[in-house]
Design a protein around this ligand. Structure first.
Ligand code: ZN
Length: 300
């Protein structure tokens, strides 16, 4: 091979190599440029996605806020509705109670809590709607027959039985007395005691006994009498306990109507009896208007 031929080949190889290099260089630059463009596009897309995501998060936040507010609003409405319902329920219950009280009041004898005793006159035809004979074992004289207002009977029995459990014997001497019975009793007393009878015996129509709610008690040790009853344990027991059964002492010491009548106990209902006991007052200390408030529930 001549020198020229070798040179020629060498130059050809050189040119070939350079051309190849240039070609690849151009191709690579092209690729780099394209990649850079792609990167830019991706960056823009990411930025857009980020904006969208931020927006979505913000939207979600605001939706949650709205829902929370709605929920609170609903809670409030529910609470208001509940309160309103309660208030309606209360009103209905008050109205029902009023109706109950009124019907009880209508059903309770208006005479039962009247102040008698020279103050208020009871019609001569008045008699309790229903009386019951008192069990013989509670009478001092077993041949006697005594009647009591039917609705007072359970309270009376409870009291006498509980007294007996405490070792106290209470016996009835006198309970319901009709207008006529009272009339003849007063006449008999007046024959014996003259006008002095007015201090311990009511005129007919003014006696609490005509109501059927009142009882005169005796006990062992005083021969079935009334005198001296205030010195007995039975009287002490009654002053401590009778109010629990709705019974009160009508004529305490120094009352303005009659002499002290420790044996004479009138049923006025447990509410009134308890309040009188707590206030250390007697039935006749109250106004009729104050007493009336207890009438509807006197047999509860
Ligand atoms: Zn009496």
């Amino acid at each position: 091979m001549s020198k020229n031929t070798a040179l020629y080949i060498l130059i050809s190889i050189l040119i070939g190599t350079i051309s190849f290099g240039v070609f690849w260089h151009m191709r690579l630059s092209n690729t780099i440029t394209m990649l850079a463009e792609d990167k830019e596009v991706l960056r823009t897309e990411i930025a857009e996605l980020k904006t969208q995501t931020d927006q979505t998060i913000a939207d979600l936040g605001s939706t949650i806020d709205t829902l929370t507010k709605d929920r609170d609003g609903l809670k409030e409405s529910l609470e208001e509705a509940r309160e309103e319902n309660e208030s309606v329920e209360k009103k209905v219950s008050t109205a029902l109670k009023t109706v109950e009280t009124l019907s009880k009041l209508a059903a309770t004898d208006p005479e039962l809590l009247q102040k008698y005793s020279k103050v208020y006159f009871l019609n001569e035809h008045y008699a309790p709607p229903q009386t019951k004979a008192i069990d013989k074992k509670y009478l001092y004289t077993e041949t006697d027959v005594e009647y009591l207002h039917a609705e007072v009977m359970p309270f009376f029995k409870d009291m006498v039985e509980d007294a007996l459990d405490d070792g106290i014997e209470l016996y009835v001497v006198s309970a319901f007395r009709s207008f006529d019975q009272q009339k003849s009793l007063k006449s008999a007393y007046s024959v014996t005691y003259g006008t002095g009878a007015n201090t311990f015996s009511a005129d007919q129509g003014y006696s609490e006994h005509q109501l059927g709610t009142t009882v005169d008690f005796t006990t062992t040790g005083i021969n079935g009498g009334l005198t001296g009853f205030d010195t007995t344990p039975a009287y002490t027991w009654l002053t401590k306990n009778a109010y629990r059964y709705g019974f009160v002492l009508s004529y305490p010491k120094n009352n303005q109507y009659y002499i002290f009548e420790p044996w004479h106990w009138r049923f006025v209902g447990t509410d009134l009896a308890r309040d009188l006991h707590n206030d250390k007052k007697y039935f006749y200390d109250l106004d009729q208007r104050e007493i009336e408030e207890y009438r509807a529930t006197m047999f509860d």
